[in-house]
Unconditional design. Structure first.
Length: 258
C-alpha cells in the first residue's frame, strides 16, 4: 500500500503517542492534516542547513512565501528542527547514530500516524571521502560498519540485534542519473562506512587521544577502499536499517569536503 510501517504492537494500545523530541503528539496535533501529503523527507545534521534547504525548495517549487523565512515546526523543542516546503519535509538530526536514531523513530511514527504513502527519504550532508576527488558526491549503495560489514549492530536489552544496511538500489541509480545534469559535482555510487566517533573511530590524528600510528591508519584506509568504501561518516548504518525495516525508500548522498 506504500504506507510507512511501524513494527511495535504496543503503539496500538497507547491512548496517545507523544513525539517528545518533535514537540508533537497524536492528541495535540492533527498529524494527517499537517503531514498527510508529504512525499519527500530530506534530513541532515545541521538545523541551519535544513532551514536553508527548505527555503531553497520553496523557491524551486515556486511556492507562496518563497524567499521569506520558514517556520520551525519543532520550535517547542530544542532537539531537532523541522521545516516544510510543499510536499517536502526538511529535518535536522544532529551528529551520530544515537541522535539520528531518536529522530528516525519519531519521524517514522509521525509519517505512520499521518497516513503518508510512498515516501522517499534522503540523507544529505558532508563526509570524509576516501580515494575520491574533493567536491565529489557519494551516493550510498550499502552502509558498512568499521569492519566493512553491511550490518547495523545494536544491543537491545541484553541481546545483540543485527540488521541489514542495504539502501534502495533503484533510487541510487535514479539519483546518479540526475547528477549528470550537474557537471560541477562529480558523483559516484559506493559503500559508506559508519563509525561511532569522529576522531579515533575515523583514524584522525588530531583528537585528544590517538592510540595508533599514521602507518596503521593508512593501512586501514587502504583496506577500507579495497572493500568498496568511498566515504566515512557517523549515521548511515542506523539510517539504512530503520528505513529498510519500516518500508521507507531511502538513500544517502554525502558531499566530500576534503
Amino acid at each position: 500500500s506504500g504506507l510507512v510501517l511501524v513494527k511495535n504492537p504496543y503503539l496500538d494500545l497507547m491512548e496517545e503517542d507523544i513525539l517528545y523530541h518533535f514537540d508533537l503528539g497524536t492528541k495535540t496535533h492533527n498529524l494527517p492534516a499537517m503531514f498527510g501529503d508529504i512525499k519527500f523527507v530530506c534530513v541532515g545534521g545541521s538545523p541551519n542547513r535544513m532551514r536553508a534547504f527548505a527555503q531553497f525548495m520553496q523557491r524551486e517549487l515556486g511556492l507562496a512565501g518563497a524567499g521569506e523565512d520558514v517556520a520551525d515546526i519543532c520550535a517547542g523543542s530544542d532537539r531537532y528542527a523541522m521545516y516544510r516546503a510543499g510536499p517536502v519535509l526538511s529535518i535536522s538530526h544532529g551528529m551520530g547514530i544515537p541522535s539520528i536514531s531518536i529522530m528516525l523513530h519519531e519521524l517514522i511514527k509521525l509519517l505512520h500516524h499521518a497516513k503518508c504513502q510512498d515516501v522517499t527519504i534522503i540523507r544529505m550532508g558532508t563526509s570524509g571521502g576516501l580515494g575520491i576527488k574533493a567536491g565529489s558526491v557519494v551516493i550510498t549503495d550499502t552502509a558498512v560498519d568499521s569492519s566493512f560489514r553491511p550490518r547495523f549492530e545494536q544491543v537491545v536489552l541484553d541481546d545483540v540485534v543485527v540488521r541489514s544496511t542495504e539502501l534502495d538500489k533503484d533510487l541510487a541509480e535514479e539519483l546518479l542519473a540526475c547528477s549528470r545534469d550537474i557537471p560541477d559535482f562529480p558523483t559516484l555510487i559506493g559503500h559508506t562506512m559508519c563509525t561511532y566517533d569522529f576522531y579515533e573511530g575515523q583514524g584522525r590524528l588530531d583528537g585528544a587521544l590517538c592510540s595508533f600510528s599514521s602507518e596503521k591508519k593508512l593501512e586501514y584506509l587502504r583496506r577500507a577502499y579495497e572493500a568498496g568504501v568511498r566515504n566515512i561518516e557517523m549515521e548511515s548504518t542506523a539510517f539504512a536499517a530503520l528505513c529498510g525495516l519500516c518500508g521507507l525508500k531511502g538513500e544517502s548522498c554525502r558531499f566530500h569536503l576534503l
